[in-house]
Design a protein around this ligand. Sequence first.
Ligand code: MGD
Ligand code: MGD
Ligand code: MO
Length: 760
Amino acid sequence: MSQKAKNPAYPFSSGGWGSLKSVATILAQEKVPLKDSAILLKQNKPDGFMCVSCSWAKPANPHTFEFCESGAKATAWDTTKKRMTPAFFELHTVRSLLNWHDHDLEEAGRLTAPMRYDSASDKYVEVSWEQAFAEIGNELNQLDPRGVVFYTSGRASLETAYMYQLFARMYGCNNLPDSSNMCHESSSVGLKEAIGVGVGTITLEDFDKTDLMFFFGQNVGTNSPRMLHQLQDARKRGVPIVTFNPLREPGLVSFANPQSPVQMLTPAQTQISTQYHQVKTGGDTAAILGICKAVIEADDRAKSQGTARMIDVTFIEQHTVGFDEFAACARITEWNAIEQASGLTRAALTEAANEYMKAKAVMAHYGMGLTQHRLGVQNVRMLCNLLLLRGNVGKPGAGPSPIRGHSNVQGQRTVGITEKPELAPLDQLAEQFSFEPPRDKGMNTVEAFEAMVEGKVKAVFNLGGNLVRAVPDRSQIEPAWAGLRLTVNVATKLNRSHLVHGEVSYVLPCLSRIEYHRTPLGDQAVAMEDSTGCMHGSRGVTEPASEKARTEQFIVAGIAKATLGTRSTVEWDSWRDDYSVVRNEIAKTYPEIFHDFNERMWQPGGFHRPLPARERVWETKSGKAEFKAPESLGEDPDMPENAPNALRLMTLRSDSQFNTTIYNIEDRFRGVKDTRMVILMNKADIEKHALRDGDHVTLQTVADDGIDRRLPGLKVMAYDIPQGCIGGYYPECNVLLPLWHYAKESKVPAAKSIPVRIVR
Ligand SMILES: Nc1nc2c(c(=O)[nH]1)N[C@H]1C(S)=C(S)[C@@H](COP(=O)(O)OP(=O)(O)OC[C@H]3O[C@@H](n4cnc5c(=O)[nH]c(N)nc54)[C@H](O)[C@@H]3O)O[C@H]1N2
Ligand SMILES: Nc1nc2c(c(=O)[nH]1)N[C@H]1C(S)=C(S)[C@@H](COP(=O)(O)OP(=O)(O)OC[C@H]3O[C@@H](n4cnc5c(=O)[nH]c(N)nc54)[C@H](O)[C@@H]3O)O[C@H]1N2
Ligand SMILES: [Mo]
């Protein structure tokens, strides 16, 4: 139903006093002195550092407070005064640390010295950097490169990512999975097929020119809160926002700007969504098809009556293929099938379509609610179909807007982190660095774990991240991971992936980009790409966490040099000490995007990469933008709709976490306190299962692959969520997600539709 009511669990808007209080609490929790909290003012400023939380765009004219509650928490987490020194490791065996909660491990503070696992004492023991590099190089040289995986979590800078992919390729593999394999890979695949670029096409300027925004499956108030500024400004201009989300997320309902004193002192809030459709989880393909059907039928009527057309006929003729098949599919699909699959009424979808037909320039923002389904790529194609119908790609104020996760996840892909050889400029790299790069396809995240379970992977290098918690099927994954020969972890804080270690294992402490990167050649800056394809420079602003921690550049260069020796022509030491040299090499590899990189990165607002689809140049197979009819209305064909009492579980983030990093145990916006072990459930489902609010239950995955996946101890919480759908937290629920339950073309784990049942 389309409603404008509040979220009853959180009767206030997102932002506001609650947000300020939460920021103050975390600064105190992390013992960040008040004088140091001034560094928040340098967050996302042209001469400051780019936030380590989300990847939302950084404006040329930032607000004085260009940070949000989530960004402030992430900054406090990195600049904490707490330390995890070698003395800490002397006190605790790895076996005992395995019982610690994820929160407690990271809360113990920043890693300070390079550590090597010692099996005799079952402890991590300090080593020198030289020794670590030499041993890791020696280990790698004894392994077949095809069985070694080089993972990147999306925080590392453009410079580090470029060095890392080059190292992996010189070593001999394209096994370069990254966090986007679990995230927006469905966009990389779907957008590329539909419009010829694998990223969003909107820029910040488009917000001033749009006259309607769609929001599908993205929780802006928690996961990209700075974007609320742009939404609020657009709302002040009267721009409607039409949202599709199974949950009534406070940030999407209304926003009180905690940085605007007027709104803080008066109860004034900006209503964000003008229409709110609580679509069934996995119901977006049907919902979007419904909107398209209403538009196409209105257009059919207009055509026969000779009135103004509702689709952009000229755009479709000149710029697209596949319209007729798609329109035929929309026409023949029955409304009752759409209503059933989406959980929304024809009236509600027509209301959305009517708003769409009034608008001339439309953006569609989206997140994990679309990408993390078995047919996640189809969802992205459907979103493109919707936009293409009225020519909403390649004009001001319009376009698809995948809201990326990690702060540089998009950029890492831009500079060569990919397992797909066709996406990397291998010929150019071969020429630039005089080597023969491997040409065979590498493994993405799911493939790497499939191979690991089969015993074909021997080593994993983790440039950040916490894979054993982030990936599906924990009970299969942890034993496979523990059976590895080598695990190398470059990290700021200790996490479970370091504790479920390989036979030889290192934890190597790195600096965050918030800290000074001092080298013999002076302070170095790094660069990142935001969600809108814009590159920015970022300078450290605080003292390093420890004398012995090193930059990621130092660590990658050191291991590359130790491993490759004379096999590599790269002057790793000069790259380590002068990042502008690395940027010059990036510019050589990708001149169209990165020419004059060193100067342009300091332009206020950054510089944009060219995106052909913005100019209506379509780098697709057909050379046109491509419509595509959906193969099925349900996004999760293996969802046993008819299995008695099966429920569809979506795994969510709270407002107090960044992925597997848990800042604290509460979800203020959703009214969840004291535990993350909850399931959000519709009242009617609670009754149907003969349960009561507050009962504890066990969830079991519905799958007939012979593996019993269960999670006990979950507290039932009555919640405003469509019937048949339940919500739980990531990463706690990952034990329930089968490794094979992923999006067909992108292999993104289908974390938003896990078929489960309640057992007692
Ligand atoms: N503070 C904070 N910020 C973050 C992160 C974090 O953990 N904490 N993580 C970062 C990362 S890596 C990422 S990828 C992004 C993730 O940001 P989001 O894309 O917002 O991801 P989720 O938190 O998983 O939330 C997905 C939203 O989709 C809705 N949803 C679930 N299933 C469906 C569905 O079938 N259809 C629709 N329409 N909606 C659905 C949920 O109710 C929820 O509101 O955030 C980034 N920013
Ligand atoms: N069920 C379910 N599973 C999911 C998801 C979901 O919605 N549901 N979301 C998926 C998504 S979108 C993503 S992106 C993945 C995230 O998966 P990952 O990227 O693997 O996980 P993170 O939790 O972001 O990694 C946290 C760790 O990174 C390290 N770290 C932090 N900052 C730095 C730094 O600057 N440098 C280095 N080297 N290390 C650093 C710290 O040690 C910290 O413990 O999880 C995926 N898994
Ligand atoms: Mo992500």
